[in-house]
Design a binder for this molecule. Structure first.
Ligand code: FAD
Length: 289
């Protein structure tokens, strides 16, 4: 394995290198996906552009009614972020079970998204938060909703010279909550067999509003379940309604059989975990009343 390592100190230098070297170059953030792929000969870049000098892309901040996550923010920083202990809790729950401490200390949110694994744990929580990706390239900045950015396994809507600079999402209204549940073959250092994120608001008459459900590891990319979301809108979150959401989520998914689990087992997990994730949201909202 040989490649030339570049260490830019600004986004414009990084994107200019990416434009110059085109598909023969890869960005390096924490390296917890990229370096493994290089070792396994799944990719062989001639140029590696190390982003670690781009300190502007590190950290979490509030910007009016939004949260802004720099793409180089690590899982550990998200896990410890006090802003996210309220309604965006799903993000904390996903970050704190990515790999082990070593992986969480260097793996980044930008790398998790850009790697475009169908089992990337941070993607379902960001989908239920309606996150937007901010891309910067030689021609400036553009924004894309996360679901339009993810095109398939390992495929993203990034131009050659662009990098993910930030991830934005709006603060949630009062009486809102999110949740994330991951099923793996063990409780730590495990890629998701299925993961589920949910979001909801309960109005004054205890009816569901603004429901979002996202699934990971059950299709080519993480996916939302609009049919179940619409079915729950305006409904009371009783057992039968939440179960029906689970059944609709199974219909929306297309799990495969692989070394981790069979398609049937994944369907059973979806049917079980979707109502459970929604119930967690209800419990969180009602506990705060
Ligand atoms: C032991 C182990 C356990 C793991 N467990 C989990 C797990 O439980 N859940 C999970 O979801 N993942 C897991 N992972 C995968 C990995 O740790 C995460 O996906 C991590 O977030 C990747 O981030 P990174 O900064 O290391 O990315 P890198 O490896 O640096 O980059 C990954 C890809 O994204 C591109 N990239 C990186 N940053 C940018 C950017 N800003 N703009 C554009 N492209 C960019 C790179 O070119 C590369 O193609 C595990 C990995 C290991 C080694």
């Amino acid at each position: 394995m040989t490649f030339q390592l570049h260490r830019p100190t600004s986004v414009s230098e990084a994107t200019s290198l990416a434009e110059k070297f085109g598909p023969s170059a890869r960005f390096l953030a924490g390296g917890t996906d990229l370096i493994i792929q290089v070792h396994r000969k799944r990719c062989a870049p001639d140029h590696v552009i190390d982003l670690s000098g781009l300190t502007d892309l590190v950290g979490i901040r509030e910007d009016g009614n939004r949260f802004v996550l720099g793409s180089l923010t690590t899982h550990k920083e998200i896990e410890r972020c006090l802003y996210f202990r309220g309604p965006p809790m799903a993000l904390v729950e996903a970050s704190r079970i990515v790999g082990g401490h070593q992986v969480r200390n260097i793996g980044t949110v930008g790398g998790n998204i850009a790697n475009a694994s169908p089992a990337a744990d941070l993607v379902p929580p960001l989908l239920v938060l309606d996150a937007e990706i901010v891309l910067r390239g030689q021609n400036g900045e553009r924004r894309l909703p996360l679901d339009q950015f993810l095109l398939g396994p390992g495929k993203i809507a990034r131009a050659t010279d662009e990098l993910i600079a930030e991830i934005h999402f709006s603060k949630l209204p009062l009486r809102s909550a999110t949740s994330f549940i991951k099923a793996g073959r063990r409780k730590a250092m495990e890629i998701s067999v299925v993961c589920v994120a949910a979001r909801m608001m309960l109005d004054e008459s205890r009816r569901c509003r603004g429901v979002r459900i996202a699934l990971g590891a059950v299709g080519a990319t993480s996916l939302r379940v609009p049919k179940a979301e619409r079915m729950l809108e305006g409904q009371e979150p009783d057992k039968e309604a939440l179960r029906e959401a689970g059944r609709l989520a199974v219909q929306a998914s297309s799990p495969i059989t692989d070394v981790r689990a069979s398609d049937c087992y994944r369907q059973l997990l979806i049917e079980t975990l979707v109502p459970r994730a929604l119930r967690l949201c209800v419990d969180r909202i009602e506990r705060l009343q």
